[in-house]
Design a protein around this ligand. Structure first.
Ligand code: FE2
Length: 261
């Protein structure tokens, strides 16, 4: 079996600290062979820099996925082409740097494909993630059976639909972006492990990572505000998927969470 840990959106220094402090123990206790994390909020909540990507790789994360914040930090653009284990959603325009697919070897020697897609409902109108998923899957060799998808999307319905679209063709699809973990963890009928959203790894004292007083000003007054990361109540959220590498089908999925410090 190949055990994959997926860590939900790492938000600012609070999120990075949680990964730094807790990842080694989770990997050892759960016999994790591959760790993937969404890092699009690593830089103060908005984007990721080459330095922060390297910091997260240094914690033991093998692949970093992103989403709509992939493009916040200009200094990262050329890094996407240099560091193939930092993904950006595959369905952004092809002329942008980087890739939404990477193949890596897990620590047990099993080759795994990691894919990153982004939804279009209440988000920027990029290419169809469903058709792009078909293209990515068609590009994989049949022997690359262990396949993980981070689908970064706003709507639960779009993510549930993608789960059905991918069922039986990838080992797992886990959603990101809302920063709220969902409790619909399951294995779909044809063997794809699924959870609508992994949740956030970061400060839960705010509003999906941002200082709550600032966000309340926005909602109460409807004026532009400068977002700033919240600081307190650190939590780590993610999922662990067990995959039979002989078939590519998931045999187990469950949520993992670390609350506080
Ligand atoms: Fe996002």
């Amino acid at each position: 079996m190949t055990n994959i840990l997926f860590i939900g959106d790492i938000f600012a220094s609070t999120g990075r600290g949680m990964v730094a402090r807790h990842l080694p123990e989770i990997v050892a206790l759960e016999n994790i062979h591959l760790t993937i994390a969404n890092g699009e909020n690593a830089a103060g909540g908005f984007g990721i820099t080459p330095q922060l990507a390297d910091e997260i790789f240094g914690f033991g994360v093998q692949v970093i996925t992103t989403g709509n914040h992939a493009w916040d930090k200009r200094e990262c653009y050329e890094y996407y082409d240099r560091q193939q284990r930092l993904l950006r959603p595959a369905n952004y325009p092809a002329e942008l740097p980087g890739s939404g697919l990477v193949k890596v070897k897990a620590s047990n020697g099993v080759e795994c494909a990691v894919m990153n897609l982004q939804g279009r409902s209440h988000m920027v109108p990029i290419d169809c993630p469903f058709k792009k998923a078909d293209t990515l899957i068609a590009s994989l060799a049949p022997h690359t059976k262990v396949r993980f998808v981070d689908f970064h999307a706003e709507l639960t319905s779009e993510k549930v639909a993608m789960g059905w679209h991918l069922d039986g063709r990838v080992s797992a699809m886990v959603g990101t972006h809302t920063h709220v973990p969902t409790a619909d963890t399951r294995i779909l009928p044809k063997g794809t492990a699924y959870q609508t959203d992994a949740g956030m790894t970061g400060p839960y004292s705010g509003v999906i990572g941002v200082d709550k007083d600032i966000v309340l000003q926005k909602f109460l007054k409807q004026i532009p505000v400068k977002m700033q990361a919240a600081q307190n109540n650190p939590e780590l959220h993610g999922v662990i998927v067990e995959v039979d590498e002989a078939t590519g089908k998931a045999t187990a999925i469950r949520r993992v969470e670390v609350i506080g410090s």
